[in-house]
Design a protein around this ligand. Structure first.
Ligand code: THU
Length: 160
């Protein structure tokens, strides 16, 4: 037996104002997308904004359903829209913001496990990492340079 230690790297910013202007703008776009969420069941709204290398910005928000599992998270709504609309473009950055209609969310909200798997597929596809920035409604912002920091030991197409 050999132990295997897996490490991930993150940066923590005290507020969004500490980030470069382009990322602040991307986070603002994520917040605007967040307000368009359809979340009558959870009262929890998430917005995602993707910066592409063709200078397009693609957004998504969570879309819920009376049949709960049929809803979709903001991150997957956004990345599937990007893949469907600009299949040749590379995704450079993704900004995510989450807000509860019931209480203030001050801690950074990372993407759920299913979204991590969906996002990492595009890193594999484009052979380039995607930087991810995530926050709550206010407070600290966390950054990772790759989705793989959020999801080590990825399941990818090379095993198929
Ligand atoms: N949600 C997202 O949009 N992204 C995530 O990464 C986690 C959860 C949504 C799904 C559901 O509409 C609501 O937040 C509560 O789980």
């Amino acid at each position: 037996m050999k132990p295997l230690k897996v490490t991930s790297n993150f940066e923590v910013y005290d507020s969004v104002e500490e980030l470069p202007q382009a990322i602040q703008d991307l986070m603002k776009t994520a917040v605007e997308a967040r307000d368009k969420a359809y979340a009558p069941y959870s009262q929890f709204k998430v917005g995602a904004a993707l910066a592409l290398n063709n200078n397009e910005v693609v957004t998504g928000s969570n879309q819920e359903n009376a049949s709960y599992p049929s809803g979709l998270c903001a991150e997957r709504t956004a990345i599937y829209y990007a893949g469907a609309t600009f299949p040749e473009a590379q995704i450079k950055d993704i900004a995510i913001s989450a807000k509860s209609m019931k209480h203030m969310v001050e801690a950074p909200v990372p993407p759920c496990g299913a979204c991590r798997q969906a996002l990492v597929e595009y890193e594999v596809k484009q052979k380039a990492d995607i930087a991810v920035y995530f926050m709550g409604e206010t407070g600290k912002v966390m950054k990772a340079n790759s989705i793989k920091d959020l999801l080590p030991l990825i399941f990818e197409n090379s095993v198929l």
